[in-house]
Design a protein around this ligand. Structure first.
Ligand SMILES: *Cc1c(COP(=O)(O)O)cnc(C)c1O
Length: 469
């Protein structure tokens, strides 16, 4: 029997059309949709659509969201391809061999882009984002460590640890919690807001599964010194024999540096770099839902972590936390690679960097703020109030910017700079020079009122910015 939007007994149908007011026998707008339990009966698709659509109007505008690193604009053709693929499950590699082939091509292109010594030997896969990619990379490090320690693992004393800056993205804290690895974090000091190679090496011992280098930091957009980190670890190996691999978390920067900072050596050119991840949905320029992780060669990814599933037909090796996953984002990644090529990516990322450095300079010129970064590494910059500003703080600025629709996070830094609170602006494709100009004007217009406050006014800081790391 077809499913008709019949009227359940005793319930009036809902409508969102104001023409059908209370006086109209067909329906009204006075009843709210169910929120806590499944309704007894169905409703018309047009009504369901309108109710959901209308509720979502209260979300922020994604294009004005300067908090997110994630792509908020793609070309209509990309959207079309994604719609065409929304029914394809990425895991069904035998059923959708062309989708699987596009994934393989993306991995090969990234291996080449990240200078794998032998791109044919690099292995990698798509993921739902960098978080899953980092879990997989961390698991490979942990397994390699336990294979090295085969004789004595798992002994009670041998607890694996992972060394990283305190500025790591939360996925690394999740990794350590979920997989019982001790996080060893290098704190911030003074004006150093990311990892220091010497301090990182100090934290390493025979149970260190690896060191994470971040390109670049979510806190301020700065690149961590990956080459210097590798050099410091080379020194450690010479002194002690400990051979500790590096994973580069290039969630954003692995899609910026290859185009804009070709001379910066951070990738597989460094023999100590075992694996690299990126978020396809950040500067890979794809809508949310795709990440990538690559290992320099098969030796860096222990074979026992790779699963082969045969019940869908075929015998396909996979390494993933998920089973089912949308295929559309992988297709969209290949579209972006094809569409832009190296020159296209360079142009898009350069434009984002130009907007970031231009906007940070305008903000600095206002005189009320001090820049921590300028957007010349990731197209991302962080700034705080100038030392003589006492009338308002960054939380006030974030709250007031919301009035004009701009979503800019304000947050405090971690150890040892908890005293420092900043605002951060992420410039992405689609945040044009024109929009940046409008943002600067809105910020400028707010300043007289902020300056006339007697003291900072934002009590509920989380509510002010709605930002959670
Ligand atoms: C965003 C980010 C992550 C997490 O990536 P998702 O794609 O959001 O899962 C991890 N590390 C860094 C440095 C990031 O910027």
């Amino acid at each position: 029997m077809p499913l008709h939007p019949g009227r359940p007994a005793g319930e009036r149908p809902m409508s969102v059309n104001p023409f059908l007011g209370p006086a109209n026998p067909v329906g009204d707008m006075t009843s709210a949709p169910p929120k806590h339990r499944l309704a007894d009966g169905p409703m018309a698709p047009s009504t369901a659509y309108q109710l959901v659509h209308d509720e979502l109007m209260l979300d922020g505008n994604a294009r004005l969201n300067l908090a997110t690193f994630v792509t908020t604009w793609m070309e209509p053709q990309a959207g079309l391809l994604m719609a065409e693929c929304r029914d394809k499950n990425m895991i069904d590699k035998d059923e959708y061999p062309r989708t699987a082939e596009l994934e393989r091509r993306c991995v090969a292109m990234l291996a080449d882009l990240w200078n794998a010594p032998d791109p044919a030997k690099a292995v990698g896969c798509s993921t739902t984002g960098s978080s899953e990619a980092c879990m997989l990379a961390g698991l490979a490090l942990k397994r390699r460590w336990s294979l090295r320690n085969a004789g004595r693992y798992p002994s009670r004393e041998a607890r694996p640890n992972l060394v990283m800056g305190v500025n790591v993205q939360v996925c690394w804290e999740k990794f350590c919690t979920f997989w019982e690895v001790e996080p060893r974090q290098v704190p911030m000091e003074g004006d150093r807001f990311h990892l220091d190679p010497a301090a990182a090496v100090e934290l390493c011992d025979e149970n260190t599964i690896g060191v994470v280098g971040i390109l670049g930091s979510t806190f301020d957009g700065s690149y961590e010194p990956v080459a210097e980190l590798c050099e410091a670890l080379d020194g450690l190996q010479e002194r002690t024999g400990l051979d500790i691999p590096v994973h580069v978390d290039g969630a954003s920067g692995a899609m910026i540096a290859p185009f804009l900072d070709e001379d910066l050596v951070w990738d597989f050119r460094l023999p100590r770099v075992a694996s690299v991840n990126t978020s396809g949905h950040k500067y890979g320029l794809v809508y949310p839902g795709v990440g990538w992780v690559l290992w320099r060669d098969a030796a860096a990814l222990p074979e026992e972590l790779v699963f082969r599933v045969n019940y869908l037909g075929g015998d396909m090796p996979t390494f993933a936390l998920n089973f089912s996953r949308p295929g559309a984002q992988v297709v969209a990644q290949y579209y972006s690679f094809l569409r832009l090529g190296r020159d296209g990516y360079r142009a898009v990322q350069q434009a984002a960097r130009d907007v970031a450095t231009g906007l940070s300079a305008r903000i600095e010129a206002l005189g009320d703020f001090r820049l921590l970064t300028r957007g010349d590494e990731l197209p991302v910059f962080a700034f705080t109030t100038a030392p003589d500003v006492t009338a308002f703080d960054v939380f006030d600025v974030a709250r007031r910017l919301r009035e004009t629709g701009w979503l800019v996070p304000a947050y405090t830094f971690p150890a040892n700079r908890q005293d420092l609170a900043v605002l951060r602006v992420v410039c992405r494709n689609g945040f044009s020079e024109d929009l940046a100009g409008l943002f600067a004007e809105d910020l400028t217009r707010l300043l007289p009122e902020l300056r006339s406050q007697s003291h900072p006014l934002t009590r509920d800081r989380n509510a002010a910015t709605g930002f959670h790391h």
